[in-house]
Each structure stands twice: as C-alpha cells, then as structure tokens.
Design a protein around this ligand. Structure first.
Ligand SMILES: NC(=O)c1ccc[n+]([C@@H]2O[C@H](COP(=O)([O-])OP(=O)(O)OC[C@H]3O[C@@H](n4cnc5c(N)ncnc54)[C@H](O)[C@@H]3O)[C@@H](O)[C@H]2O)c1
Length: 257
C-alpha cells in the first residue's frame, strides 16, 4: 500500500517544471495521491494542461488568488470533482519588483498590501474555501512553502521576508483553529532553489552560493529535495504534527558561519 493511496491533493503554484510545486506534485503522485492543479492565468492554461497530463488529473483550473470569486470557485470545484480533499499545497508568492529591490524603508503601502495578499492571505482564504472538502475527508493536511528570510533579515529578500513571517504565523493560527477538525497546517522552509520566482530576487545566485558555502550538507538544492518532506507531511505518518515549520535547507538554518 502506498503512503498516500486514497488521498486527493490540490496543488497550487506550478508555473513550470522548475517550480517547487512541480517537484512535490511528482512525489505525491508517486506515493499514490490523486492530484488536482491550479494555474495562475489564461496565459498558462495550455502549457499547464500539457505539463500535468501525465498525472491524469480530473481538475486543472484557473486560480488568481487576488480574486475572491476564483478562490470560492476552486473550493467548489474540488468538492464537486473529488468529493473531498486531503492535502492542500500552497506554493505561491509575489512581491512587486520595485518593493522587492528598493530600499526597505521605501516600501509602498500598495506593494506591502499586494505582497501579503498574494503570498500570505491566500493561505487563509483558500483554506476557508476548501473547508467543506476537508470536512468531507474527515480532516487533512495543509502544507505551505516558506523561507528563512521570514525569521531573519536577509539582504535582497526584504519585503518577501515580511510576507513569509505573515504566512508562518497565519499557518500557526490556522493550525490552532482547525485542529478540532483534524486539519493539520505545516510549513516547509526550503533552502534557495533556482525557480522562476527566485530569479526575481536580486543577485539570487550570490545568495544561493553564500548559503551553500555555510550549509552543513553540501550541494545545490532542487525541488525534488523538498518533495520527500511534503510526502511525509501529507501522509498519516505526520498525524500528530501541526503548526510546525520544517527546515529543508541542507541545515543552513542551524549555522552562523
Ligand atoms: N525558490 C526558492 O528558493 C524558495 C525557497 C523557499 C521558499 N520558496 C517559496 O516556494 C513557493 C513557490 O515558489 P517557486 O520558487 O517554486 O517559484 P515559482 O515561480 O515556480 O512559483 C511561484 C508561483 O506563484 C504563483 N503566483 C504568483 N502570483 C499568483 C496569484 N496572484 N495567484 C495565483 N498564483 C500566483 C505563480 O503562478 C507561480 O506558480 C513560494 O511561496 C516561494 O516563496 C521558494
């Protein structure tokens, strides 16, 4: 019997086959989960359908998390199509370029709000939309992606770090309020991985190299390195873990040079 046999997972955040969500989707599927996918906008539609057809998903649907109607529709579609959901992967983030690269004290009100809306509020909003599907499953596992820049100030991460702090504490409050319904909420704090979003960060290669120099476990990280922890968090093996954040970063979080 595979670890995730009989479980349905909603995967958000696949932009291409470099996405962390893509690595996680492959692993969840290999361990027996049935998958549903969202993509951000019409522009990605054809590419997404082509990418994910190897998983035979019954649902591949558009989701822009800034639109309440999209969020509500996705909750309904998941319930109608699968009758339940057991795993929800939140793997999305966005910060306007000018607010990511400029001086921190000059971050705009609108940039601060939009970045937190897309990168953190979406965890709360989507969880709420998926509650009927989680309840139909008798509980489940919510997994989100975060970064150590939400714990410490890391140069060039700036506003993105603020959204990660908001995301992490939102995850803990969700864990508290959903525990009675047997819905667990945990984060994976990943080390730097070359993806589309990462390329938006100024001098990402420098940040990645610096991290690799200090990491106790050596080598460049890939989405596949993060995926095993997502399988564990999605499975019943982690049934007593909630409100946790697991660093999957080759040990970078535990060293100071
Ligand atoms: N790459 C890294 O080094 C790293 C490290 C730690 C955490 N993370 C986190 O992992 C997650 C996935 O990022 P990634 O690195 O795989 O990059 P990615 O670019 O592949 O994925 C980011 C996703 O966010 C989605 N997105 C942005 N705005 C959206 C919106 N309005 N509505 C719906 N979706 C939207 C994009 O469509 C994309 O699929 C993010 O939360 C990121 O912060 C990344």
């Amino acid at each position: 019997m595979k670890l995730l046999e009989g479980k349905t997972a909603l995967i958000t955040g696949v932009a291409n086959d470099y996405s962390i969500a893509w690595g996680i989707a492959k692993a969840l599927y290999a361990h027996g989960a049935e998958l549903a996918f969202t993509y951000q906008n019409e522009r990605l539609k054809e590419k997404m359908h082509g990418l994910v057809k190897q998983f035979n998903p019954r649902l591949v649907t558009e989701l822009d998390v800034t639109k309440d109607e999209d969020v509500a529709r996705v909750g309904q579609e998941v319930l109608q199509t699968y009758g339940q959901v057991d795993i929800f992967l939140h793997s999305m983030a966005f910060v306007p370029k000018e607010d990511l690269h400029g001086e921190f004290a000059k971050i705009s009100r609108s940039g601060f709000a939009l970045a937190n809306d897309i990168s953190a509020y979406s965890l709360i909003n989507l969880t709420n939309a998926l509650l009927p599907a989680f309840e139909a499953a008798g509980g489940g596992s919510i997994i989100y992606l975060t970064y150590i820049g939400g714990e410490y100030a890391i140069s060039t991460y700036g506003m993105a770090g603020v959204t990660k702090a908001a995301l992490e504490i939102s995850g803990k409050y969700l864990a508290q309020s959903l525990g009675e319904r047997k819905i667990r909420v945990n984060g994976i704090s990943a080390g730097p991985i070359k993806t589309l979003a990462a390329r938006g960060i100024k001098n990402f290669s420098g940040l990645q190299q610096k991290a690799q120099d200090f990491m106790p476990l050596k080598g460049e990280m890939t989405p596949d390195d993060v995926a095993g922890t997502a399988v564990f968090l999605g499975s019943d093996l982690s049934k007593s873990i909630t409100g946790e954040i697991i660093h999957v970063d080759n040990g970078f979080h535990c060293v100071r040079g």
